[in-house]
Design a protein around this ligand. Structure first.
Ligand code: 3PG
Length: 205
């Protein structure tokens, strides 16, 4: 099984797709692909999310499409059924970690403190999501844990934006940053796909 970082292949932005319909999801993914992104995350927060994930994979076979907001093993099973290429969770439980470890796809479990990191580490993970990054200690937290969890790398998500993403990415224990700021709901509602492409370009530029 590939590591998340191997799958990212140098992409430092993990852009989040929040889709209220299949068409919306496909259009957002298209705008992200237009910016040159290869890996996108569809968060499973609406009735349309799983169908949107499948449709994005059909429409853009070159994209690596993950499922996010995977809260438990039931949602994980649905995401794997929908052929999600990788998994992102906002939290950890022993059951979820065990299922992620045997899922056969790359995964970053979501941690918010040292106990969560230790749980994920015990389950074999060395790459995790920090969520919600800005509230869970942000940059000072990531610096503090770097000397203790020397083998752990992070994808901070939650409160990342155009102003602070560079500071997070400058940390040696950060692989990539994730977030919704590159596909704001207002832009999606206005079908302003160009704004999404521009924001993604800015973030990776
Ligand atoms: C997530 O699912 O990781 C968060 O919704 C991302 O947080 P953000 O909306 O602050 O980017």
């Amino acid at each position: 099984m590939k590591l998340f970082s191997e799958m990212m292949a140098g992409q430092t932005l993990l852009p989040i797709i929040q889709a209220d319909s299949v068409a919306q999801g496909v259009a957002i993914a298209g705008a992200m692909a237009e910016a040159g992104l290869k890996v996108v995350e569809v968060v499973l927060r609406s009735d349309a999310s799983l169908k949107a994930l499948t449709a994005i994979k059909q429409q853009y076979p070159e994209l690596i499409v993950g499922a996010g907001t995977v809260l438990d093993t039931e949602i994980l099973a649905q995401a794997l059924d929908a052929k999600a290429d990788y998994i992102v969770t906002p939290c950890v439980t022993p059951d979820l970690l065990a299922a992620l470890a045997s899922s056969g796809v790359p995964a970053i479990p979501g941690v918010a403190n040292c106990a969560d990191i230790a749980l994920a580490r015990d389950a074999g993970f060395r790459e995790v999501k920090l969520f919600p990054a800005s509230l869970a200690g942000g940059i000072p937290f990531l610096k503090a844990v770097s000397s203790v969890f020397r083998d752990i790398s992070f994808c901070p998500t939650g409160g990342i934006n155009a102003d602070n993403c560079g500071d997070f990415l400058a940390l040696p224990n950060v692989i990539a940053v994730g977030g919704t700021w590159v596909a704001k709901k207002d832009w999606v509602e206005a079908e302003n796909w160009q704004a999404i492409t521009d924001a993604c370009r800015d973030a990776i530029g």
